[in-house]
Design a protein around this ligand. Structure first.
Ligand SMILES: Cc1cc2nc3c(=O)[nH]c(=O)nc-3n(C[C@H](O)[C@H](O)[C@H](O)COP(=O)(O)OP(=O)(O)OC[C@H]3O[C@@H](n4cnc5c(N)ncnc54)[C@H](O)[C@@H]3O)c2cc1C
Length: 423
């Protein structure tokens, strides 16, 4: 690679956001020299492993305002962008390029083939077709403003590159050099911490029950406003499932401040109150007096979980409904509705994990993703202080911000920069 090369647009980060920006920009203005820098040897590495290798590419939520509600951070800022590029557009983009997309019953969308490589393949062929210069194993090391506009970049291989527009799409990894690069150009970085994780809980009530799930639980953290509903899954090390993952996303920063050690209240019965449950249990006692309490659960709970919760309320397996004591009738609804469990740590959710934190959103113009601090600098993807809950929302944010930044960089650079071509 030659020294002091020139490009019109340089995009640092060959992930979802950077790639989408590069192909959008190159398509919108074919005269531009667009260079995509990727520090690792592999392009789109996260997209390849996303969704367990199936790539949960977006979510079947086609109302931009409703879509925003799935983002603990960034919901306000993404409203305008989602009106310009939303899941329907993402689906159409891939389908036109020969990758049909399907929705699953929970709204998650995947390529029909269930192969993430169809998604990465479409992006890579499109970039090649449009003449994007892709430099792998070539990271952006430092950047400084040039007098009169544009940027001078130093790359990890020692060469220098100048450009008119620069986009940082280096991801949300806590150790990402992208945060330092953005800070060096005047941006504030909101401290990155994990979002989307599962909970470590060592408690006899759920020990030995991995794999059991409850379709409609409510989990909350006493002393905070954190509360989520949805399926709850018992794992070998504690708790997971959509209710926990949503709680971890919305509570990313609070739970970090608590050092991932906090009490968790679980309602196993769809949010029914202790009063409603007590009433239901009394009726059950009248109708089923001769049957053992640890038989079928009146609330449809899996028998091993039901038995364990009955045990926690002091009810022996052979006790029948008619002989339940007042104390047991008092303890069981509390166990079912407001049992407290101690969370002692977290594990990354293998299917998808993201960070909250990143470039401060107030410093970015969300019509174009251009910096308000440093003209000519653009952002996209997880480097921003944006994150969604699990379900395809994080990739959608990357497609949308990448798209808008790509268009803006293409529009504003009216013609190619004279000088030596890059790449
Ligand atoms: C295991 C896993 C599974 C996931 N599954 C899903 C899913 O199914 N659906 C979903 O919506 N989300 C999923 N996510 C989240 C989603 O993948 C990310 O939110 C999304 O990929 C972020 O895209 P990005 O382009 O911002 O960053 P990244 O994909 O992280 O890309 C950033 C790129 O920049 C490169 N880079 C960093 N620094 C430099 C530098 N200085 N110079 C040049 N290059 C640099 C990095 O090597 C990287 O390739 C998953 C995440 C993980 C970890």
């Amino acid at each position: 690679m030659n020294e002091s090369l020139k490009a019109d647009v340089v995009i640092a980060g060959g992930g979802a956001a950077g790639f989408f920006a590069a192909v959008t920009c190159a398509e919108a203005n074919p005269l531009l020299r667009v260079v995509l820098l990727e520090k690792s040897p592999e392009l789109l590495a996260k997209v390849t492993i996303s969704g367990g290798g199936r790539c949960n590419v977006t979510h079947a939520c086609f109302d931009p305002d409703a879509l925003c509600s799935f983002y603990p951070r960034g919901s306000r800022e993404l409203r305008g962008p989602f009106h310009k590029w939303q899941p329907r557009d993402t689906v159409a983009w891939f389908e036109i390029r020969g990758v049909p997309i399907k929705a699953e019953s929970d709204g998650r969308m995947f390529p029909v083939s269930n192969k993430s490589t169809d998604i990465t393949g479409a992006l890579i062929s499109e970039a090649k077709r449009l003449g994007v210069n892709i430099w792998t194993s070539c990271g952006l090391k430092t950047v400084r403003n040039q007098e009169g506009g544009g940027f001078r970049l130093v790359l990890s291989n020692g060469s220098e590159l100048t450009c008119e527009k620069l986009m940082l799409a280096t991801g949300g990894n806590q150790n990402s050099s992208g945060f330092d690069l953005a800070a060096s150009l005047g941006h504030t970085i909101v401290d990155p911490v994990p979002s989307l994780f599962t909970f470590h809980v060592d408690d006899p009530r759920i020990a030995g029950l991995p794999g059991i799930s409850v379709p409609d639980a409510v989990v909350s953290v006493p002393g905070t406003k954190l509360k989520q509903t949805g399926p709850l899954l018992i794992t070998h090390w504690g708790l997971s499932g959509p209710a926990v993952l949503k709680l971890s996303a919305w509570g990313g920063r609070i739970l970090c401040d608590l050092d991932y050690t906090f009490p968790l209240q679980i309602n196993w019965v769809g949010g029914q109150t202790t009063g409603q449950v007590t009433e239901a249990l009394r009726n059950f006692r009248k109708q089923q007096g001769a049957r053992t309490v640890t038989g079928p659960s009146p609330f449809g709970l899996v028998s091993r979980l039901w038995g364990s919760l009955c045990g926690a309320a002091g009810i022996e397996p052979e006790v029948n409904w008619a002989t339940l004591t007042a104390g047991q009738l008092d303890a069981l609804p509390r166990e079912l509705c407001e049992g407290e469990y101690r969370v002692t740590g977290k594990s990354l959710f293998k299917e998808e994990f993201v960070t909250c934190g990143g470039v401060k959103l107030k410093e970015v113009d969300f019509r174009t993703l251009e910096s308000k601090v440093c003209p000519g600098l653009y952002f996209g993807g997880e480097l921003l202080d944006i994150d969604g809950v699990t379900g395809g929302f994080n990739l959608q944010a990357a497609w949308t911000t990448g798209r808008l930044a790509g268009l803006a960089m293409a529009d504003e650079t009216k013609e190619a920069t004279p000088g030596r071509a890059a790449g």
